[in-house]
Write a protein that binds this ligand. Structure first.
Ligand SMILES: [Zn+2]
Length: 449
């Protein structure tokens, strides 16, 4: 490694044992070398944090950044530029339409990330089924230890498949990561809605009422309990799901779960105004679900917040005004995730700064096997930091964001609390609304589970 300057981040406010304390963070060779109170060690360069809140860089456990078939929506460079601007320093990239289900395909994606990403990354493999199940050992061997599958279309895995996948992932120290919505109820509802000629945006939200998630979540929890498998439930959207996970955790089931900024800030009523732009899977629910998800984050039932960044281009959304079934499902979210959580969570007393750091940094790093290299400001960890101005107010404008698409569901929202500097392994990659990192500097992060 070439000689990197020794950097001191001075006068930061960091969380220690749940309390904000002043700290000087010394960085050497990409790592945190020391964290001191009043003492200021010598360094080649210093960055004055001026009493600003400094958190570990966020670890986004679920983001769709690169699908070779759909680079009009996003690619590694644009998606991780948006990540950097949102204080995210590592992502677990989630497979989308193009399968990542063999060693060859995993290696190709790692190569793509190494060449084009600005932030460090791990990968989820998928979509898993019986035909690619035999590839699990070789994929796990490469450090990709989270395998995505669905209990519903379009990647439906039946009960036998789910249980077989759980047995195999368990044997290879891996997680089965499930999109949990019940296919049978959803399909019955869909047939009824189609027969009635329902095509307006709200029909999509009616398609999968809460019971659809509740039933699937309970089922996969039972399977995981029986097998002793490690289960992760993607993008939880209902209060019933939260209750199910809470009970399961009490019984010792090895289950973790996530929710996403959109499920914490919008309800299906918002589709009246934003229509297809708020189409996503699972669909938005009601105000009681929103509050249950915040509560779940506070009490530890919901382990992490992920962006579930899944932008579609305007044309893919616009078609949904006439026929919601034709619209792309998913929203851009990676750059706004932290400001949204600060503004709607911390500022509204739904989340403490400690809880925010737990669900955005520490827990995702733990679940996806990179703690404490990531997710912590401690000696020996990667120098991944985000400096935050808790008082800064900014209006969200799609055109100001660094993602490829020019829209956001938060258009016009004034958010309070923004990242002003993001550092990844000691290198500043974002500062004062400018991306200063370069693609090709990222490292692939194998999961140690
Ligand atoms: Zn997803």
């Amino acid at each position: 490694m070439e000689d990197l300057p020794i950097i001191l981040v001075e006068n930061a406010r960091i969380l220690r044992a749940g309390k904000l304390t002043r700290a000087n963070i010394l960085i050497e060779e990409e790592k945190i070398k020391s964290v001191t109170g009043s003492r200021k060690p010598n360094a080649d360069q210093s960055i004055d944090a001026r009493g600003r809140f400094v958190m570990p860089g966020l670890v986004d456990g679920h983001a769709h950044l690169y699908d070779p078939a759909f680079t009009n929506r996003e690619d590694f460079t644009s998606g991780t530029s948006a990540a950097a601007a949102g204080g995210v320093t590592s992502v677990v990239e989630m497979v989308l339409s193009t399968p990542v289900d063999s060693a060859e395909r995993v290696l190709a994606k790692i190569e793509e990330g190494r060449r084009h990403s600005l932030v460090d990354f791990s990968l989820h493999a998928g979509m898993m089924n019986l035909s690619n199940l035999p590839n699990i050992p070789e994929i796990a061997q490469l450090g990709v230890r989270s395998f995505k599958t669905f209990t519903c279309k379009p990647y439906y895995a039946d009960d036998h498949t789910l249980m077989s996948l759980m047995r195999e992932t368990s044997m290879h120290h891996s997680i089965l990561n499930v999109h949990a919505e019940d296919e049978q109820i959803a399909n019955d509802n869909l047939q009824t809605l189609l027969a009635e000629g329902r095509r307006e945006p709200l029909a999509h939200a009616e398609w999968k009422p809460n019971v659809v998630e509740e039933r699937a979540v309970n089922k996969v929890i039972e399977f995981a309990r029986g097998i002793g498998a490690r289960l992760h439930i993607s993008h939880m959207s209902t209060r019933e799901g939260v209750v199910a996970v809470k009970k399961a955790k009490r019984r010792g089931v090895r289950v973790t779960t996530e929710t996403c900024p959109h499920y914490l800030t919008f309800t299906r009523r918002d589709m009246k105004k934003q229509g297809p732009y708020l189409k996503m899977n699972p669909s938005l629910k009601g105000p009681k679900d929103v509050e249950a998800l915040w509560k779940g984050l506070r009490d530890g039932t919901v382990d992490i917040v992920t962006s579930e960044h899944a932008p579609g281009v305007r044309e893919e959304k616009e078609v949904g005004w006439a026929d919601i079934w034709k619209a792309w499902g998913g929203v851009p979210a990676i750059e706004t995730m932290l400001p949204v959580l600060l503004s709607e969570g911390v500022n509204k007393h739904r989340l403490t700064l400690s809880a925010l750091q737990r669900v955005c940094c520490e827990n995702p790093a733990r679940i996806f096997g990179n703690y404490p290299r990531k997710g912590a400001i401690i000696v020996g960890a990667d120098a991944d930091l985000v400096m935050i101005d808790l008082k800064m107010k900014r209006k969200v404008r799609g055109k100001d964001l660094h993602q490829k698409v020019d829209w956001t569901p938060y258009e016009g929202w004034t958010l309070k609390g923004w990242p002003i500097l993001t550092m990844r392994r000691g290198q500043i990659i974002y500062q004062d609304q400018q991306i200063v990192g370069t693609p090709g500097s990222a490292e692939f992060l194998p999961m140690a589970l």
